[in-house]
Design a protein around this ligand. Sequence first.
Ligand code: ADP
Length: 271
Amino acid sequence: MKYFAGIDVGSTAIKVAVVDEEGKLAGVHVAPSGSLFHKNSLEALNNLLGKLSLQREDVRYLIATGYGRKLFKEADDSISEITANAIGAFEAGKAHGGVRTIINIGGQDSKAIQIDNNGHVVNFAMNDKCAAGTGRFLDVAARNLDLDLEDLGDCHFQGSGAPLTINSTCTVFAESEIIGLLAKGHGKAEIIAGIHYSIASRTVRLAKRVGIEDRVYFDGGPALNKGLVAALQDELGRELVVPEHPQTTTAFGAAMLARSEFMDEQSLEKV
Ligand code: ADP
């Protein structure tokens, strides 16, 4: 069996996906990016190969994507995360009847991508200037509220009052706002729900710039947070498709492209 890999060297996390020659997902792995992007990417790849009992030679073609993709010299090719995300969401979205809009929230940016019925990118918009609508905002909030990142989603639903309004449009000011709300005796659940709604409304504004068409696919690490998913659905006024592995969709897209580029080269060699 031949295998193909995609590695998404993100600002916050490195994601690896391996697919087999039929395009079936063999496995995924997520590791922190840290400060040593290249070393940590190699380790992440080797970790996944070890888990799957595969050798490096079993991977016939590897495509790197993401913020630090150029640092991963071992890759056979590299592509932008917009393209890789579109391919991954298009493929994973087939099981949900097809998707046309992708919302991706990453560690330091957020994107909205519109794709056509064949998975080609029609339009996209990106926010990489401000951390307030990104995973970074959630990381800061979790730290201020003394909560684990993984618990923010459940906490969202535990409040007895309505979500609070978070006025700060900047992560640094939001940090003082959160501390101020805690000092006034407000509950963590109402604060975190407010933060989720604040991220959700910014994200909807971004998505409206590309046009929102059904179905809407939500991915990136923050899509693991069920509270944020609920707030985003509420603000959008429609259901979201959240895949089984939201954080690794872009790596999966790169792996699927690696597979098709390899197959295309092989068929050219036969001619
Ligand atoms: P990037 O590609 O920019 O590195 P990711 O798509 O990997 O970003 O998302 C990273 C973000 O995902 C983190 O900043 C964090 O806020 C969020 N995240 C990661 N794991 C979880 C989790 N288990 N639950 C909720 N949020 C998470």
